[in-house]
Design a binder for this molecule. Structure first.
Ligand SMILES: [Zn+2]
Length: 208
């Protein structure tokens, strides 16, 4: 694994990077995100459970990258509960936060609870805090694109072709912005074909 890490280090050395979190999406989360109001509660719970299980590993890998390289921000193309929260580090969760709900009337966020259907402060209807229900996707895409364009290199972890519209960001940054692409994934994809550097392997295992 050492040599793969060296290749990444060489590719990112002296550059500012944006990280694209595009790790495999758990099947329950895929179903939930495709139809957040249509799937049974159990699918939603199962999605959150899967994300909770890998939260610590993701945080370990992402913090390691942030400490090792000059990272401006993390764009989460896939759902994730990871929170890195460093000063000046921008984190954009494109699909929203599956573990939260928001009030359709007053806009407040709450932790999800299966029993709670109404907003505690205004009795408005609570909806999953995910896109497109939240209606923040265009603002988030703007932030993610801006972050990609002010970086020299994009480090893509996983397969960035899984969910639109986030999937088009690395393409736009590469094709229109001329940014460099370093893709670490255990599977080849259309994006790995245009990458400057493609490293075949599980991104969760390559970073110590
Ligand atoms: Zn409310």
């Amino acid at each position: 694994m050492g040599s793969e890490l060296e290749v990444i280090e060489r590719s990112l050395s002296g550059k500012v990077a944006a990280v694209f979190h595009a790790l495999e999406i758990p099947e329950s989360c895929r179903q939930f995100l495709l139809d957040p109001l249509g799937v049974p509660e159990a699918v939603w719970s199962s999605c959150i459970f899967s994300l909770r299980e890998r939260k610590k590993d993701e945080e370990r890998v992402l913090s390691g990258i942030v400490e090792r390289f000059r990272v401006l921000g993390i764009i989460y193309l896939s759902p994730s509960l990871a929170e890195i929260e460093r000063e000046k580090l921008e984190e954009v969760k494109l699909l929203g936060e599956p573990e939260k709900v928001f009030c359709r009337s007053c806009g407040r966020d709450f932790e999800r609870s299966a029993a709670q259907k109404e907003c505690p402060s205004c009795n408005g209807i609570l909806l999953p805090a995910v896109e497109p229900l939240r209606k923040q996707i265009s603002r988030k895409i703007d932030r993610a694109l801006r972050l990609s364009m002010i970086s020299d290199v994009l480090l893509v972890l996983g397969r960035a072709d899984q969910l639109s519209p986030g999937a088009m960001i690395p393409w736009t940054a590469k094709v229109f912005g001329g940014r460099e692409l370093v893709v670490v994934s255990d599977r080849r994809s259309s994006l790995s074909q245009i990458a400057d550097v493609f490293i075949e392997g599980d991104p969760m295992k390559i970073f110590p």
